[in-house]
Design a protein around this ligand. Structure first.
Ligand code: AMP
Length: 226
């Protein structure tokens, strides 16, 4: 099963992607996480991407598109994947659609987590990243995934690891820029969302209300995928 998941930054897309990935044991490809791993490892790709990410800009297509298309060719993706954070604009969307057709890779589901911009912004600043595993969800505003206290500090609720914040999550200008890109239905992410929602064929569209709790959003998605 191959799935594209869309949602604005702060909609819980990464959390839901991790839940689906675990249930179906598929490859979870997160463009932002690949960049962050490269930045952490000090690679050339990471160094190139960092300045864009810190500003809330998109990393240029000539870096991002080949990175994701190459990733989809890897062995673990042949059994199914969930792609999160890509495509982020119209060009990426059209390029991905063509690459999937050329590779005869079906797109089974387009999942859209719908969330108004003001709520998405409120959610971004509270999220925390586990240093051990990016798929351990932690958020200071949600009881279900609140970090736990250990020796006077907040640690990962899953593994007790240290928690970080993302620099681009604490910068108001960067948050607004990322949302400008997401909600732009002319050439931005919403243009790609609308393109894939209209792609037809055997691709099923699942739209869920991102204002619901993590469990409710997850149940709505699972019901459709089952
Ligand atoms: P995310 O973790 O999805 O919020 O992504 C963090 C940052 O990585 C974004 O704000 C962009 O700077 C960059 N990024 C992630 N995915 C893409 C993409 N598909 N195209 C360009 N830049 C991306």
């Amino acid at each position: 099963m191959n799935i594209l998941v869309f949602g604005p930054n702060g909609s819980g897309k990464g959390t839901q992607g991790a839940i689906v990935q675990k249930k179906y044991n598929m490859a979870h490809i997160e463009s932002g996480a690949i960049f962050r791993k490269n930045i952490g490892g000090g690679t050339e790709l990471g160094m190139k991407a960092k300045e864009y990410i810190d500003r809330g800009d998109l990393v240029p297509d000539d870096i991002t598109i080949p990175m994701i298309l190459d990733r989809l060719k890897e062995d673990d993706c042949q059994k199914g994947w969930i792609l999160d954070g890509f495509p982020r604009n119209k060009v990426q969307g059209e390029t991905l659609a063509k690459a999937l057709t050329d590779a005869k890779m079906p797109l089974d589901y387009v999942v859209e987590i719908v969330l108004p911009r003001d709520i998405a912004k409120l959610r971004i600043t509270g999220r925390r990243l586990c240093v051990n595993d990016n798929n351990h969800p932690n958020h200071i505003a949600f009881d279900a995934i609140k970090p736990v206290e250990k020796d006077g500090k907040m640690v990962c609720r899953v593994c007790g690891g240290d928690l970080n914040t993302r620099a681009d999550d604490q910068d108001d200008v960067a948050i607004d820029k990322r949302h400008d890109i997401y909600y732009d239905d002319n050439t931005g992410t919403m243009a790609a969302v609308n393109f894939f929602k209209g792609i037809g064929g055997n691709t099923k569209v699942v739209s869920v209300d991102g204002k619901l709790s993590i469990d409710e959003v997850s149940a709505s998605i699972m019901k459709e995928l089952a």
